[in-house]
Design a protein around this ligand. Structure first.
Ligand SMILES: Cc1cc2nc3c(=O)[nH]c(=O)nc-3n(C[C@H](O)[C@H](O)[C@H](O)COP(=O)(O)OP(=O)(O)OC[C@H]3O[C@@H](n4cnc5c(N)ncnc54)[C@H](O)[C@@H]3O)c2cc1C
Length: 379
């Protein structure tokens, strides 16, 4: 059923800036609740950036609500345990009381969402860069074109132009550590004896701080996250300094050799953005534009998807877009704020190295069911 503007009698229109996980989710969810939607992506095509990603129960429930879950489950992986090693010895194995979680390549998740966007007939405009928005409901593009809409969604990532053009008050900072993220062949046979289907979070503090997050995504692909302080020139070097990584993690040499071949590898520090508000008039910010967070709890995209999905829910029966998006932020933001704060604290203190750190507080966002708007799953 179309979602109608009470004054004009026309179907409501949303312009969504950004074709990442947040923008795709917002576009699908709004379209499913009767909006006309145009999705603007500044790149020449809809595509994922980066390597692998963890989705928890909250994100998987969003996928269910979007009709994309089945495609995502096919070709992704739930490891038997999340294992933590310190100096190459196992210190904990966590199974989260059976809370569903899943590891996949980013392109796998992105493709499933983009397929859903196309299946719903959402208008996609590539090479369409948003340069500004205003609270009255206007989006201006790089070409100079200005489009009026009932809702503007700023889903244009951590460097959001939609956000910066409006002048939200913001705190932004980068963390001490950063990470090189890669997808390599699994090489399971060559790794020899071991529980190589697990996620293994391998920490070393001596003689240098280096961590590898080993995450199988499916039968063939392995996501490696190689973490080192930004101040360490060898640990943060790209392409990979093979010697320095093999020295610390010799048993992963077959995978690290593959990783060192990837000339496009990037070292990224973790960015955090905290805003005074996520909304202004008819503009709502979702995803990293609103709340970029450290990845310790692997919830940036999960929260982004929950928030984008919840935005469409809140607008379903609302007579005023402006009021509804204020209510949306009040309802949903506290979960993200707590997750962002704890994730930042974990990253700053390298807390995951202790093992058994997925406490009830750490899993709060993961346990949220956006479809039923309740926390599911025992703590
Ligand atoms: C090391 C690391 C590991 C992480 N691991 C996880 C994890 O395991 N699980 C998890 O849930 N989260 C994880 N995250 C967080 C997650 O990657 C982000 O929160 C998520 O990708 C944000 O999605 P987004 O759509 O908001 O932004 P983006 O992914 O940045 O997408 C923005 C999109 O907008 C486009 N764009 C940019 N500017 C414009 C413009 N002006 N106009 C139009 N289009 C524009 C871009 O090209 C892009 O397509 C991790 C983050 C890091 C740094």
């Amino acid at each position: 059923m179309p979602n109608v503007n009470m004054t004009s009698g026309k179907t409501r229109r949303a312009e969504v800036a950004g074709g990442g996980f947040a923008g795709l989710t917002a576009a699908i969810a709004l379209k499913q609740s009767g909006w006309d939607v145009t999705l603007h992506e500044k790149g020449p095509e809809l595509r994922a950036f980066g390597a692998g990603i963890y989705l928890w129960y909250n994100g998987l429930r969003v996928l269910e609500g979007l009709g994309a879950l089945e495609e995502v489950l096919e070709g992704s992986h739930t490891p038997p345990t999340y294992e933590t090693w310190m100096h190459n010895k196992s210190v904990s194995k966590e199974t989260f009381n059976g809370l569903p979680w899943r590891v996949m390549t980013r392109s796998h998740l992105h493709t499933a969402l983009a397929n859903r966007v196309r299946a719903l007939g959402i208008e996609i405009r590539v090479n369409s860069e948003a340069v500004s928005a205003d609270p009255e409901g206007r989006l201006t593009l790089q070409t100079g074109e200005t489009i009026e809409a009932d809702l503007i969604v700023g889903a244009d990532g951590v460097g959001s132009k939609v956000r910066d053009s409006i002048g939200f008050e913001q705190d932004r900072w980068d963390s001490t550590d950063g990470i090189i993220r890669l997808i390599v062949p699994r090489k399971k046979q060559e790794l020899g004896h071991g529980e190589w289907d697990n996620t293994i979070d391998m920490w070393n503090f001596w003689p240098r701080v280096q961590r590898i997050l080993y995450s199988p995504c499916n039968d063939d692909e392995l996501y490696l996250g190689l973490m080192a302080p930004a101040a360490d020139p060898r640990g943060s070097r790209v392409p990979l300094d093979l010697e320095v990584w093999v020295e610390m993690f010799p048993f992963l040499e077959p995978c690290l050799v593959e990783a060192a071949k990837l000339k496009s590898a990037r070292y990224d520090r973790y960015a955090t953005t905290r805003l005074d508000s996520w909304t202004r008039g008819k503009v709502a910010l979702v995803g990293d534009a609103a709340h970029a967070m450290c990845p310790a709890l692997a919830q940036g995209a999960g929260c982004a998807m929950v928030n984008a999905f919840s935005l469409a829910q809140e607008l379903e029966t609302a007579s005023s877009v402006e009021d509804a998006i204020v209510d949306w932020e009040k309802r949903i933001r506290p979960i993200t704020d707590r997750c962002q704060a704890l994730s930042g604290d974990y990253a700053a203190n390298r807390s995951l190295s202790k093992g058994n750190m997925f406490t009830p507080a750490a899993l709060e966002a993961a346990r949220y069911d956006p479809l039923r708007r309740v926390y599911s799953w025992p703590q």
